[in-house]
Design a protein around this ligand. Sequence first.
Ligand code: URA
Length: 224
Amino acid sequence: MTVNGNSVSDASIRIDDENDIVAVLGKRIEVRKAVYLMMHKPSGFVCAKRDGLYETVFDLLGDPYRTPFFEENLHTIGRLDCDTEGLLILTTDGALTHRITATKSECGKTYVVRLAKKVRSEEGAAYVCKCAQGVHIEPEGREKEADCKSAELVWLGSGDEKDECTLTIYEGKFHEVKRIFSALGNEVVYLKRTAIGTLRLDESLERGGCRELSEDEIELLYRI
Ligand code: URA
């Protein structure tokens, strides 16, 4: 493949679909721009193309994204649990998905968490410390070990007893946030992702709403 006459082999190269001339075996081809969508995922929807039990996040998309092309190529960058809400990115850009979800990627994902049990300040400080050190969680499935990487916990609200915080994790173990708090002796009763790297959820999007990312927002994801 050539871009503006220069041979290219890097699949993650960014192409300006308006100005670049792309050719394969010397023949110019039409460039289809990758699609990047931000969704405010509601609780009760699964991040899968199909599910026997629940509706999926793809069921929330409008008709323009229900063509055979999107059916095959549009996917979520990572997954949120069925009962988790918040920031979900859907894209046709597999290279970006790989950058963000690869095991060695240390992309931060920030969640607002509400806990079942209120925590007093001393115990709260211990949670912060343990998260920073990396919580040991019980291995699940094919995991050999399950020591979480350092995570940042920030308590929200005032008062002596707290049950809401944000947690930023830098990996994506299965049910990681819920398992971290379970290992700390608590339970997550509400979970919402508010940021991936420096890209924040657009809170003006209603639950179940979706919009295309701006060029600046795509740039933020590429800088991760
Ligand atoms: N961690 C969880 O436990 N659930 C999610 O949906 C995301 C992160």
